[in-house]
Ligand binder design. Structure first.
Ligand SMILES: *[C@@H]1O[C@H](CO)[C@@H](O)[C@H](O)[C@H]1NC(C)=O
Length: 247
């Protein structure tokens, strides 16, 4: 079991590169959509590459259900109640998402037949969506904590006073509290890039199920772009573990 979890963790790098390629293809196909005549071959190639990446990722994701359950067991032990709740619910939904994903994979290779593809695909998106919403709640919780910490910091208060007095026109025109709030928010994110990156990643990811579930219809270009950005952040955090949010 441990060896299996370790192995699938190692394959995360490959999954992220496949994912980045998949969304880069989706974005390119969207950008090339108008110039059909001469770019037809290119678009066809990109489509087949996108499909290959997507299928390849599905095969390697077979072990991820176990990983997510293991992660849920770990986050259940967290002493911080809010973190414990957000991350455990996120991980359980992620496990459910992978179960749906595995069922869809089994259908696509012909292992099972009598299932409603659309139904399972929608369920997968719903679980993914809830997992992201819980992840984002956790990000918001972390950001609020950081801001409270910063606001109490004497050294930071002086800096903020200076910022507000140096930019009086901003403070006068816009509500001064808003200016102070934004300054505090940006400074907090700047000093904790891991939290900033995780928030950006989860926000980008959110567009994918929002579009799929019809809650917020964007287009293939937005989905491709957001998917690409989030995959690139995923690669960066894998290469630079200190930029990955913990736990
Ligand atoms: C939610 O966050 C956890 C921990 O950072 C991560 O492992 C998981 O992939 C995230 N869920 C989604 C759906 O991105």
């Amino acid at each position: 079991m441990d060896a299996w979890v370790k192995f699938t963790n190692q394959s995360q790098g490959r999954d992220r590169i496949f994912r980045a390629t998949q969304y880069a293809c989706a974005l390119s196909i969207y950008l090339l959509r108008k110039k059909t005549s001469e770019r037809k071959d290119l678009v066809a190639n990109l489509k087949s590459l996108e499909a290959t990446m997507s299928a390849g990722r599905k095969l390697f994701r077979l072990g991820n259900t176990l990983n997510s359950i293991e992660a849920a067991k770990r986050t259940m032990q967290l002493s911080d109640r809010v973190l414990c709740l957000c991350l455990t619910v996120a991980n359980i939904n992620r496990a459910l998402y992978f179960i749906c994903d595995n069922v869809l994979w089994a259908r696509s290779v012909g292992l099972i037949r009598d299932i409603d593809k659309e139904h399972w695909s929608l369920s997968a998106s719903r679980c993914y969506f809830f997992s992201l919403v819980m992840n984002l709640s956790r990000d918001v919780y972390e950001i609020i904590q950081l801001m409270v910490q910063k606001a109490r910091d004497e050294h930071f208060r002086q800096k903020m006073g200076q910022h507000l007095s140096e930019n009086p026109e901003v403070a006068d025109v816009v509500v001064p509290q808003l200016d102070a709030f934004l300054f505090l928010l940006l400074e907090s994110l700047k000093s904790h890039p891991a939290v900033a990156l995780d928030t950006l990643k989860n926000t980008c990811d959110l567009f994918i199920p929002l579009d799929r579930l019809g809650i917020y219809k964007s287009n293939a270009g937005v989905v491709g772009f957001c998917g690409l950005i989030s995959s690139l952040i995923g690669i960066v955090t894998l290469a630079q573990p200190k930029l990955k949010i913990k736990p």
